[in-house]
Design a protein around this ligand. Structure first.
Ligand SMILES: *Cc1c(COP(=O)(O)O)cnc(C)c1O
Length: 439
């Protein structure tokens, strides 16, 4: 495929991408990496340090993708690197319990009052899949409710969108998912209390759980009112349905206790991923002891993993989470993020550009609108063309955003004020090109 000449050299990345296409479907091992929604070949990154990444052509970028969220301390953080290297010296995995698993488990449970027991797995998808099985096992019911605009990994029953009509049974969004699986999922719009009530009235006797990203951050950033999340809690109790918070992004991101702590709402089961592994493949699901006692070998819900809680992954997670527990860690991140977004928003206001930057904690999203957006259907697909141009202009200037306008950005602890000022200046320049067409 031809790509627009970006000015910055992408020769090596382009060559590597051509080679990768011979090995991997679409040249990638995860679809959004393929740069389908933005221009040019994907960047092949060879190293990262602090807030910056360097590609195979030796271009350096201020990074706001941060490996899609895990890197809350930025790239190549010394304490994670050192702890991982020290652990690796004793071997990578034993398939037995190990001390580091205990240490990470203890660290998390002692500092999170919303959970009592945890099970480590190796990805966010695996965490969600297991949490759903647990909810079904506990309730003896099979249907689940999810919300349009929330992503929960590539679990069969969650790659589902609303069919036609009100409170509909889902239709799969991927080939290879039997219709009978998709039908077990009901898909509702976010922030619609009436439809929620109606659906529960009709189907609660069959519904095991409601799963939500309490901070929906995979399809834009659809920050919910606390009252909607509270309503979910109340209705779940009323109808005997379990509430799952999928905190694979929000966990350890909007605070150590994630969105449960941020909103002070007690879900029944919480899933984690991304930050919990400090950059290594780790996921987890957690709940109170009673619910977790249903998991094998204690209880009848089976779930296992060859590499679960391997010491190297545990070491990375432990080193990362220890840093986040330092006093003021989250306040500082949140403050940096809000002054960064305000800086850009003020400029847009002054220029009359239709761009706002919803943000929470250290998550932000560039929304090409002035409206507050709380549900997926409010996003104008046409605005993705503006994002595409913005992405292109930012690559030229050395700023890397995730390669889709539906993706959020992350500020890490490694992003210094000076980095954020530099990024804001470059984003403003790029926005002038997007809105006024000046080069
Ligand atoms: C990333 C993500 C997942 C999937 O995690 P993987 O580690 O990519 O499998 C699930 N839920 C949410 C909310 C996520 O952001």
């Amino acid at each position: 495929m031809e790509f627009i000449d970006t000015g910055i050299k992408r020769t090596e990345s382009a060559k590597l991408f051509e080679a990768a296409k011979q090995y991997f479907p679409g040249g990638v091992n995860s679809p959004v990496r393929a740069f389908k929604s933005v221009s040019g070949p994907p960047l092949f990154i060879k190293k990262g340090n602090g807030s910056r990444i360097t590609d195979e052509d030796d271009n350096t970028y201020l990074d706001f993708c941060c490996s899609w969220g895990p890197l809350i301390l930025g790239h190549n953080h010394a304490s994670i690197r050192e702890y991982v290297l020290k652990t690796v010296e004793n071997g990578l995995s034993f398939g037995t319990p190990n001390r580091l698993g205990n240490e990470l488990g203890k660290l998390i449970l002692e500092n999170n009052s919303y959970i009592e027991k945890i099970r480590f797995v190796s990805s966010g998808t695996e965490a969600v899949m297991s949490a759903i099985r647990l909810a079904r096992g506990v309730t003896g019911k099979s249907k689940i409710i999810k919300f349009e605009g929330c992503y929960h990994g590539h679990v069969d029953s969650l790659l589902v969108k609303a069919g036609s009509g009100l409170a509909t049974f889902g239709v799969s969004t991927s080939a290879g998912i039997p219709e009978s699986f998709a039908k077990e999922t009901l898909v509702l719009p976010l922030n619609d209390p009436n439809l929620l009530e109606e659906t529960l009235q009709n189907y609660a006797k069959d519904i095991a759980c409601i799963i939500i990203e309490p901070v929906p951050a995979n399809n834009g950033l659809l920050i919910q009112d606390r009252s909607f999340l509270e309503l979910l809690r109340k209705k779940c109790d009323e109808y005997g349905v379990l509430l799952i918070f999928d905190e694979v992004i929000s966990g350890f991101r909007v605070g150590f206790e994630g969105a449960a702590g941020y909103y002070n709402i007690q879900p029944d089961i919480i899933t984690y991923g991304k930050i919990i592994g400090g950059g290594m493949p780790v996921g987890a699901y957690a709940a109170n002891s009673k619910i977790m006692s249903n998991i094998a070998p204690e209880g009848p819900v089976y779930q296992a993993g060859t590499l679960s809680a391997n010491p190297v992954a545990m070491a990375a997670g432990y080193a990362a989470l220890q840093e986040t527990l330092k006093p003021g860690f989250y306040e500082s991140l949140e403050n940096k993020t809000s002054s960064f977004t305000k800086n850009i928003e003020d400029f847009c206001l002054q220029k009359g550009y239709d761009l706002t930057i919803p943000h929470i904690g250290s998550i932000f999203w560039l929304a090409f609108t002035k409206e507050r957006i709380t549900s997926a259907d409010q996003i104008n697909p046409a605005s993705m063309e503006q994002f595409k141009l913005l992405h292109h202009e930012l690559l030229q200037r050395g700023v890397y955003l995730g390669p889709s306008g539906y993706e959020v950005g992350f500020v890490s602890a490694a992003h210094q004020d000076s980095d954020l000022e530099e990024a804001a200046a470059k984003i403003k320049e790029a926005l002038v090109v997007v809105f006024d067409g000046k080069k």
